[in-house]
Design a protein around this ligand. Sequence first.
Ligand code: AMP
Length: 540
Amino acid sequence: MHGLMMEQQLLISGIIDHAANYHNDSEVISVNTNGGQTRTNYGEIRERALQLGSALLKQGMNKSDRIATIAWNNHRHMELYYAIPGMGLVSHTLNPRLFPEQLIYIINHAEDRILFFDQTFIPLVDAVRGNLKTVEKYVLMEARDEEIAKANPWLDFYEEFLETGDKDATWVDDLDERDASSLCYTSGTTGNPKGALYSHRSTLIHAIVSATPDVMNISARDSILPVVPMFHVNAWGIAYAAPLVGAKLVLPGPGLDGKSLVTLLNEERVTFSAGVPTIWSGLIQELRDSNTKLPHMERTVIGGSACPPSMIDTFRDDFDVEVIHAWGMTELSPLGSVNNLKNKHLTLSQDEQNAMRVNQGRPPFGIELGVFDDQAKQLPNDGVAQGDLYCRGPWVISEYFGGEGGDPLVDGWFPTGDVATIDDDGNMTIRDRSKDIIKSGGEWISSVELEGLAMAHPNIADAAVIAAHHAKWEERPLLIVVLKEGKTFSTEDMQEFYDGKVAKWWIPDAVQLTDEIPRNATGKILKTKLRESFGDVLLS
Ligand code: AMP
């Protein structure tokens, strides 16, 4: 017997319809690429998304065709986020920090037909467009500008393109919630990037769960500033979750430096934000330099890389901001686990509670996590057994776009490539990427933990730990640091600093100073590069 409920598809257009209907009073503030701000609302975004969507269909786009964007977090990007899937097309966000060859590969692989981009990226698009096989139209996300038009006759202007659509357009009505809606490629630190193709259904469920109190805890009372770019796994779903709850939305455009962010956070009374650790380092530095506080901000999600415990402490103790440490992946839309306390933890001392906030948290409803040994046998969730982290759930990929790489699943689970422990509450601790973990004489050492500790040292601006080759132990940890200006840090300083914080045999063998820790397009440390440069220093 079926239930007797109305049959309604879970579609992305439903989010913006809802926000326009019931939260049109929530402002959307967008920092423009050329300076200044646009203040709009969900109703206007919906109206313009419909007209833009109609323009896309008039352009001859067919169901599931991919439309690419290279853009900052701004209102036009938000319009595209709804216009494209609302018309049954697939929005493909591209990370401008990728190498041009990677961009070319990805765009050709996805067979994108139209490319929308912000003014910042004209030189980038101009440099790669000769190699793009399927792109028919290049649309600059601005109103017409005669000077730009003259210098770049190959591009169209967004506002003119939008005008070609019908003002009274409606969303296409033949969509199934399982239809593809958006496409993101993994950042690919090794090998070619692969595409994760989300559906309307997976996106909706992910957005609904994201908003719940033990995840991001967002509501119509929040003012949300996603620092995480809309080109990085759909801004971790915030571009969908914020209108879903009717929150005010603050889109920072290209201004991701500490000063611009602090100004915007305080001017727009932002209560909730989200971003990777490196961005927040810049923000904390700016707050300290300018002796500024964050009187409105209540909490921020930090993830994408391990959040150093000292960053959680600084936000809490100096700025009264709660850090919610989260773990995720492109293949998981991206949410996998979130650190929030349970009822039983509330009677613990403050110090005990603080200690519990450091790990990557537990899976929300919808996600199942497990650790497995190298025979794919599941290990116990006892907080000790360390193994390959697998996961499954309705917003986890079942295969990559185009079947790339074959069947990625093992017995119905997706192997994440991370190594972790999970305790009996489901709290997960990432120990490493499996290819980065340090195997010293058959024992494993977590580079993530050593890095997190190093970041608390007052002389260290940035740190990475790699597995360096070792004559006796095969691999030993090597600490690579960028010093703060005018500071020093010797091997003896390091030994003293780690003493008592980790087991003796975990303490790195040496310190290597460097000017910059190389990172990939999504802010992750490029350990392969560091190993190329420093992997043999312990042999000599
Ligand atoms: P991406 O698909 O580019 O978002 O990268 C996903 C990978 O980032 C994960 O498999 C982890 O290795 C890493 N990652 C994400 N969040 C965290 C976190 N909170 N702690 C440690 N590693 C993380």
